[in-house]
Structures are given as structure tokens and as C-alpha cells.
Write a protein that binds this ligand. Structure first.
Ligand SMILES: [Zn+2]
Length: 195
């Protein structure tokens, strides 16, 4: 498959987790799906966020920096390790720029208020602050214990297990889950052959 066509993965059940998952492993190689600002704009569209484009190269670099910080904190969370202080400081810098992406509207017909997403594309600092906020909110919530690495040791993807049984093991059944199923099947058929 051409690099150009490689789709983003939205399997994390959380926008910050999906952002972290823009680095994938394919055939043993770590591949960064965010090669430039245009990729980031495409990713944001896929995540139902629209950002002002084109991006400045410095903004793109900041986005990669935030992704690395989130990845560090999430990996520590999943591995039950304390937060690396530098990553925490860096995330808090993004958080300090957080402002609401919602506006309060009064609905005359229902005579009540609704919070609605801001219309129009987001500026890059607002997008990054939003991702930092969503990432921080999840880390601080009871749901954080449901964060998992994909069960395939060769895969780098993480996800929030929102299944009722909390037994989700794979980033996706179609890829890593299916690979494991095929491997088990192969092993079983080998042992049956021997017996
Ligand atoms: Zn996987």
C-alpha cells in the first residue's frame, strides 16, 4: 500500500488516545502517519475537528511534541509507573492555554440552554490545548485504569477498553486480533496433527 493511502486509526475510544496512535507499526517498522502539517489537518478532519490550514512548521513541531508527551504519560499510566515530571510540566503548559470549544446558546423554542461546539476551524494552539485537555481529563478519571496496550507485542497502539466485560485485548480484530487467532489455529492444527 502506498504511504499516501495509509489510513489513520481511530480505535482508541478517546481523541487523545487516537492522537497518540498516529504512530503505528507495520511489518516491524515504526511508521509516523503524521509526516507534515497536511497530514495533521487530515487527521483532525478524521477526528471531527477542523483546524485552520495551512499549518506553520513550528505548529506542526509543537503537535509532535505534545503527542510525545501524551505518549510518555499514557505509557507510564498503563505500566503503573509514576508520571515523568518533564512530561507532566509540558502537558500542563498546553493545558494553561485551554479554553472551551463550546458556546452556550439559548434555545427559544425549548426555553433552555444548550452547549454546542464552536463553529469554524480551530487555531493550532486551541487544537493542541484541546487534545492536552482531553488527554489530561482521561488520565485523571477512574476510566484511566481501562487504558491498555494492544496484546500484540509488535504493535504500539493503545486504547481505552470501554467494553462491558473489559476483556478487549486487541487494537482491532481485523489486524492484531485476527493474527493471534490465525496463530492459535495454526498451533492447534499442528498439535492435532501430531496426536
Ligand atoms: Zn495491535
Amino acid at each position: 500500500m502506498n504511504m499516501q493511502d495509509r489510513p489513520f486509526v481511530f480505535i482508541g475510544n478517546n481523541v487523545a488516545v487516537d492522537f497518540i496512535n498516529t504512530e503505528i507499526v507495520s511489518h516491524g517498522d515504526l511508521i509516523d502517519l503524521l509526516r507534515d502539517g497536511a497530514d495533521l489537518v487530515r487527521w483532525a478532519q478524521g477526528a471531527s475537528l477542523s483546524i485552520q490550514s495551512p499549518l506553520r512548521p513550528t505548529d506542526f513541531k509543537k503537535a509532535l511534541g505534545l503527542r510525545a508527551v501524551l505518549k510518555t504519560l499514557y505509557a507510564a499510566m498503563i505500566d503503573k509507573l509514576p508520571a515523568p515530571p518533564e512530561a507532566l510540566t509540558a502537558l500542563n503548559q498546553h493545558l494553561s492555554r485551554h479554553c472551551s470549544r463550546e458556546v452556550l446558546r439559548f434555545n427559544k423554542r425549548e426555553s433552555g440552554y444548550t452547549l454546542e461546539p464552536t463553529q469554524g476551524p480551530l487555531s493550532m494552539p486551541v487544537l493542541l490545548a484541546h487534545l492536552a485537555y482531553e488527554g489530561a481529563k482521561l488520565l485523571a478519571s477512574p476510566q484511566a485504569t481501562r487504558l491498555k496496550h494492544c496484546g500484540n507485542p509488535d504493535c504500539v497502539l493503545i486504547f481505552l477498553d470501554t467494553s462491558r466485560s473489559q476483556k478487549r485485548r486487541w487494537c482491532s480484530m481485523e489486524t492484531c486480533g485476527n493474527r493471534a487467532k490465525v496463530a492459535t489455529h495454526y498451533r492447534n492444527s499442528l498439535s492435532q496433527g501430531k496426536g
